[in-house]
Design a protein around this ligand. Sequence first.
Ligand code: ATP
Ligand code: MG
Ligand code: FE
Length: 339
Amino acid sequence: SYILAIETSCDETSAAVVQDGKTILSNVVSSQVEVHRRFGGVVPEIASRKHVEIITLMIEQAIAESGIPMNRLSAVAVTQGPGLVGALLVGVVAAKALAMALRIPLIGTHHIAGHIYANQLVHDIVYPCMALVASGGHTELVLLESEGKFRVVGQTRDDAVGEAYDKVARSLHLPYPGGPHIDKLAAEAEEAVPLPRAWLEADSFDFSFSGLKSAVLAVINQANMKGEELNQAALARGFQESVVEVLTEKAVRALRVYEAKQLLLCGGVAANRGLRAALAERCGHEGIELLVPPLSLCTDNAAMIGAAAHLKWARGEFTELDMKAEPSFSLEAWSVQSE
Ligand code: ATP
Ligand code: MG
Ligand code: FE
């Protein structure tokens, strides 16, 4: 199958053609990050407008680069949610128009299923497996009992990990998005400011990052009040060490408890070098197979949406043309209906 996939859930406009849910024939991404930088975060109104300006070009480029003629496309997949409603709508309308014009099925796709199945574009997934989703809006442990069956076994009770990275970066006056800047500072640091770890209840797979964020702010405020110079790198490293330790520990424990065969790391924060290194070391030590997508497939892109949509394509589970963008779409409910 040749699935044309479209992603516009946040601030990346992307289109791709994916063969059989595994092979990327094209994957073009236009990031609006420069536009939003001066506001220190994504401005939803501006995001929608920018998607409208460039979506047609992205789709044309993805089709042209793939070498697949329009009349050989099997289906159109689009991120239906979760995400910013105005941003999602742009992709959804474009996808519906194409599905109608080409008379091919529409597949409304879950954004987080996309992040997880980005792994399928580069690895062979073995079930049951455990996915650690670490992105700008989500921090979840997702059990995949079999292909396309999602069960959320743990999630954040407050901030998502990417959100915490961006907020901490902002309070250190680093540019948006802050994740990569904290990552870089942490790598350069010679010492780490000691900060708390939020383990929650002993058997919980849930996360909490707002306490850690407050602890970072307290360190900054104290330095300001005393007129002392802040060791930014040491603070970044302390923050990152806390995040990485909790994510790694909980992911490995969840994998053991649910007897999963592989650990899949995904989402924008999966680009974090500290997290990748810590997970790789721990998994190597314990003989756990760790799957991580290349950096370009960790952040938002349409190829991952094409990979996830193939689950539905293979089962003939298509979406009605009158479907709506779902800003808070349920991952578990998006599971495949048949085995
Ligand atoms: P969601 O997928 O939950 O809807 P999103 O699509 O906005 O949210 P992604 O694009 O998956 O999120 O990830 C973006 C996030 O990843 C940002 O918060 C960014 O700071 C973070 N990020 C990117 N690179 C790194 C890095 N090297 N270290 C830490 N965080 C990073
Ligand atoms: Mg983004
Ligand atoms: Fe995302």
